[in-house]
Design a protein around this ligand. Structure first.
Ligand code: G1P
Ligand code: ZN
Length: 543
């Protein structure tokens, strides 16, 4: 085996975004592009000689090619062992679980989440720490800084590893172990949830459907839901992971999970439906003709955690990203625990989880999770819900109605304007900031702005500061409008507008959320001049 030092030159566009580096596949296929980034990760990390690296991805196009390159680079850079998932398939939460279980130094996850896959689709790569958490900004910025000065990378000459069979091989001095993708994760789920109770529920006349959207969760869902919990065969649909996700857009929301939505809103709909995304960290929860917003889902899980085996000891606290609705805050208040508000992106929950300040956390973008790993976890959320349903023996809709009656309802929606001109998006955001001084006390009907700012966050644990995390218009009645630009897109800009209003009156809680929020949606468009500046009459996606 020979070690090569390959001369290279920097690429200017390798700054990681909300969740690692995401680009078109064709960008990653440029000579040295992936290798430069991987070497920059290694260069930014201290003392990993002889240590273990976990490696896997969501199975999208270029996954296996990238894995072979990274194995050879890890060997050249002195890692002692690589744990790589069979066939390269490792969901993001499973990767986090494996890193923690085997006390690895860290892990590399190859994924662009729900972004479309295939030759013309997107690819992505991110680094996770020994805790299983996505690298914090200090590390991602250090990686970025390495990408700007890189002059060479190291790689060994070696035959490709057969990823299809479990077992061990030596690559130089480094051991490569191909591991089962599912078993460690499935064992963790069995520790947290009452599998016997869920099994009983699934054996009754309860009907449910899980949509894996041809992405990474198919094998996990088949083993856990069908084989271990006894759901009838076929309960998991679109179960085979495909390199192009079957041409779909595996983002579990009402727009993209069409197959599931059609089933759950039909006359003979099952009792429960759920979907996960490309890399298995997101989830959507549906009842019979009923949609649970992710913000409400976090609140319901928080309120019902005492019913669940793995959380019976109580919650230390809960955290939500800033744009996520304040539904969980109400529950936390009642439980007498803290509710933290962090910037968008799972990496901000890591310090709070590590310091045991929070047990559950979630984002409005269909992400929910807990201290069992350091990533959001789609199937975990589905099992949590199934466990609640098994204990409470009520429908999803009844659970939500009861929840709103007790805590009030936070009507919530997010409007995305995808792929707009980046310059116009910047002008729109600047235009909002320019109005900060005069917006307070401005009235639109019942709505009066009390405060506006660009959200800035000081991490309570490591005291790091993250600025410019989203523009907030906070109204005197508790309503909020938030604007931010996506940090995960690969083309143009995506403007996200988050709109929320609180309704404590039970008699007004049953409206459709778009209708209930219509006056506030109009304010959001008006203040930011969305139509004028983007040329768009309608949002691209409403969730
Ligand atoms: C989006 C979501 C965010 C999530 C991230 C990764 O980021 O909004 O909540 O953590 O994907 O799944 P954005 O594109 O908004 O930067
Ligand atoms: Zn994802």
């Amino acid at each position: 085996m020979s070690l090569h030092h390959i001369p290279t030159t920097p690429f200017a566009d390798q700054r990681p975004g909300t969740s690692g580096l995401r680009k078109k596949v064709s960008v990653f296929q440029q000579p040295h592009y992936l290798a430069n980034f991987v070497q920059s990760i290694f260069n930014a990390l201290p003392d990993y000689q002889g240590q273990t690296l976990v490696l896997g991805g969501d199975g999208r196009y270029y996954n296996k090619t990238a894995i072979q390159i990274i194995i050879k680079m890890a060997a050249a850079n002195g890692f002692g062992r690589v744990l790589v998932a069979q066939n390269g398939i490792l969901s993001t939460p499973a990767a986090s679980a494996v890193i923690r279980k085997y006390s690895a130094f860290g892990g590399i996850i190859l994924s662009a989440s729900h972004n479309p896959a295939g030759k013309d689709g997107d690819f992505g790569i991110k680094y996770n720490m020994a805790s299983g958490s996505p690298a914090p900004e200090a590390i991602t910025e250090a990686v970025f800084s390495q990408t700007k000065t890189i002059r060479e990378y190291q790689i060994v000459d070696h035959a490709d590893i057969d990823l299809s069979v479990q077992g061990q091989t030596l690559v130089g001095d480094m051991q490569v172990e191909v591991i089962d993708s599912v078993s460690d994760y499935a064992a963790l789920m069995a520790d947290l949830f009452d599998f016997a109770a869920i099994k009983k529920l699934l054996a009754s006349d309860f009907r449910f459907c899980f949509d894996a959207m041809h992405a990474v969760t198919g094998p996990y869902a088949q083993v856990i839901l069908e084989q271990e919990l006894g759901a009838p065969q076929g309960s998991v649909i679109n179960a085979v992971p495909l390199a192009d996700f079957g041409g779909g857009h595996p983002d579990p929301n009402l727009t993209y999970a069409e197959d599931l939505v059609e089933k759950l809103f039909a006359d003979d709909a099952p009792d429960f439906g759920a979907a996960s995304d490309g890399d298995g960290d997101r989830n959507m929860i549906l009842g019979k003709q009923f949609f649970v917003t992710p913000s409400d889902s976090l609140a319901v899980l928080t309120a019902n955690a005492h019913l669940i085996k793995g959380y019976q000891a109580g919650l230390t606290g809960v955290a939500r990203s800033m744009p996520t609705s304040q539904a969980a805050d109400k529950v936390a208040q009642k439980l007498g625990i803290n509710c933290f508000e962090t910037p968008t992106g799972w990496k901000f929950f890591g310090t709070l989880l590590d310091a045991n300040q929070v047990t559950l956390c979630g984002e409005e973008s269909f992400g929910t999770g807990s201290n069992h790993v350091r990533e959001k976890d789609g199937l975990w959320a589905v099992l949590f819900w199934l466990n609640i349903l098994a204990v409470r023996q009520q429908s999803v809709a009844d659970i939500l109605r009861q929840h709103w009656a007790e805590f009030g309802r936070h009507f919530y929606t997010r409007h995305d304007y995808a792929n707009i001109d980046k310059k116009q998006a910047d002008i729109l955001m600047q235009g909002l900031k320019d109005q900060f001084a005069r917006l307070p006390l401005h009235r639109w009907g019942d709505f009066e702005i009390q405060h506006c700012d660009d959200f800035s966050y000081t991490d309570p644990i490591d005291h790091s500061i993250s600025r410019e995390q989203g523009i907030r218009l906070l109204f005197s009645n508790g309503a909020r409008i938030i604007y931010r630009q996506s940090g995960t897109g690969t083309e143009g800009a995506t403007l996200r507008v988050y709109i929320e209003n609180y309704e404590p009156d039970v008699s007004k809680q049953q409206q459709d959320s778009q209708q209930a929020l219509a006056p506030l949606i109009a304010v959001a468009q008006d203040v930011a001049k969305i139509r004028e500046l983007t040329g768009r009459e309608q949002p691209t996606v409403i969730t």
